[in-house]
Design a protein around this ligand. Structure first.
Ligand code: NI
Length: 174
């Protein structure tokens, strides 16, 4: 297992559409392990493969809130089947967009078809935080980010701010 570097905006890879997995094998299992390790290391609750630069339709999620109690779920080729009319709103952040939180309204309940790590077809009804999280991650697989919910002006400002921070040579993160 290894912790991968998470790519951030304005990296163009984040806008690309990820490819479906044809068969779940050793490489896919390793990718899922790496994604979990990378996600936990950054204190995230979800991560898509594209965020470590791999354009495959794989996401990992753990929305458990209790300390020391992990509930990891991995989704391969996830597809949203049904959504509720009722919505919920969260202030969403993203590991690929540092220090940015955007209020986003999404369907409160969604049903997701996916393949698990053993290659079996699964269906999961997601509610509340899990529903929002999986929709956020599936957006990543389609090259869509939370800043795409904003006007172009606001989006450009955020990207400019992040690029400036990263270019500043006197700022270091160790
Ligand atoms: Ni994200």
């Amino acid at each position: 297992m290894s912790i991968k570097d998470i790519i951030t905006v304005p990296n163009e890879t984040l806008k690309k559409i990820s490819e479906p997995i044809e068969k779940v094998g050793v490489n896919e299992k390793k990718l899922v392990k790496d994604l979990f390790e990378t996600m936990y290391n950054s204190n995230g609750i979800g991560l898509a493969a594209v965020q470590v630069g791999i354009l495959k339709r794989v996401i990992v999620i753990d929305v458990s809130t209790k300390e020391g109690e992990k509930k990891p779920i991995s989704f391969i080729n996830p597809v949203i089947k049904n959504i509720s009319d009722e919505t919920s709103t969260y202030e969403e952040g993203c590991l690929s967009i540092p220090d940015t939180f955007i209020e986003i309204e999404r369907p409160k309940i969604c049903e997701v078809d996916y393949i698990d790590l053993d290659g079996r077809k699964k269906n999961l009804r997601c509610n509340g935080l899990l529903s929002t999280c999986i929709q956020h991650e599936i957006n990543h697989l389609d090259g869509k980010l939370i800043i795409d919910h904003l006007s172009k002006l606001k989006r450009d400002l955020i990207i400019k701010k992040i690029s400036k921070i990263r270019r500043n040579p006197s700022r270091i993160i160790v």
